[in-house]
Design a binder for this molecule. Structure first.
Ligand SMILES: NC(=O)c1ccc[n+]([C@@H]2O[C@H](COP(=O)([O-])OP(=O)(O)OC[C@H]3O[C@@H](n4cnc5c(N)ncnc54)[C@H](OP(=O)(O)O)[C@@H]3O)[C@@H](O)[C@H]2O)c1
Length: 253
């Protein structure tokens, strides 16, 4: 079976210069999706987009910090002016923040939310407005299985990812009648810069691998394939759900 409803469509992927976002943009472009990619570091972003273009895809780099309201507005405007509209929004950009709760200031918690959560809501709301006028669309948020767990020194990150899951359910029920499907893909350990330091430490790597039934970390492309399915017509009746892609870690005893 071939996934349908992807060829010729436009996706906006945040945090697409590296890691999971870059792989999502790559996998979607292989299915004929034009990708608008954003990140803060422009040179790395341009390099990522030229890799996609060399492979025959269409990728537009737009430098944007998702925590900036002005950047978000310009990002949407640019995508619409270049490609006429946005069919798929992939809210992927995120940062990691490690600090004990007792040491975490209000400002630091807000900072985590300002990157990992608030932009996912505002971009979803503003992109959904134009999706409604186009007859529908797909919004896929990248959460984390830690959104379901209590992890020491990770309260800011866990709270931000838990909020993404709650938002996904609320937006899905409000927008289902507009033919907009909203889902979250929540990865476990995936081999990117965020997880590299832990995986390079042998002791830590062994602890992590022992906890994953699949006994390996995931590859960014594996997240990309799930996102591509959730963008395709084959997923049109799926909305408001959280998909854990974690080698069985969350449900393991
Ligand atoms: N890797 C894992 O094991 C794992 C597990 C669970 C969930 N996740 C989630 O998956 C998503 C991607 O993670 P990753 O591992 O691929 O991270 P990564 O390799 O560090 O890549 C993060 C991407 O987001 C961009 N970014 C960061 N802050 C941004 C901002 N304020 N505005 C715009 N772009 C921004 C980065 O580019 P610039 O720095 O140039 O802006 C980069 O392109 C995150 O939401 C993360 O929480 C990852």
């Amino acid at each position: 079976m071939k996934l349908t409803g992807l060829d010729g469509k436009t996706a906006l992927v945040t945090g697409a210069s590296k890691g999971i976002g870059k792989s999502i943009a790559g996998v979607l472009s292989e299915s004929g999706v034009r990708v608008v990619c954003c990140a803060r570091n422009e040179s790395i972003l341009i390099e990522a987009c030229s890799e996609i273009e060399k492979g025959g895809g269409t990728a537009l780099p737009v430098r944007a910090d998702v925590s900036s309201p002005l950047d978000r507005r310009q990002l949407i405007e640019r995508a619409i002016s270049e490609f006429g509209g946005i069919d798929f929004l992939i809210n992927n950009a995120g940062i990691h923040m490690e600090k004990e709760a007792m040491e975490l200031s209000d400002e630091e918690l807000l900072q985590a939310m300002e990157v990992n959560f608030f932009p996912m809501f505002s971009l979803s709301r503003d992109v959904a407005r134009q999706m409604i006028s186009r007859g529908g669309g797909k919004i896929i948020n990248i959460g984390s299985y830690w959104g379901q767990l209590g992890v020491p020194r990770q309260v800011a990150y866990c709270v931000s990812k838990g909020a993404v899951e709650a938002m996904t359910r609320c937006l899905a029920v409000e927008w289902a009648r507009h033919n907009i499907q909203v889902n979250t893909v929540a990865p476990g350990h995936i081999m990117t810069d965020i997880s590299k330091a832990a995986m390079e430490n042998e002791k830590l790597r062994n602890i992590i691998l022992r906890r994953i039934p699949a006994r390996r970390v995931g590859e960014p492309e594996e997240v990309g394939y799930l996102v591509a399915f959730l963008c395709s017509q084959q997923s049109n009746y799926i909305t408001g759900h959280i998909y854990y892609i974690d080698g069985g870690q969350l449900i393991s005893w």
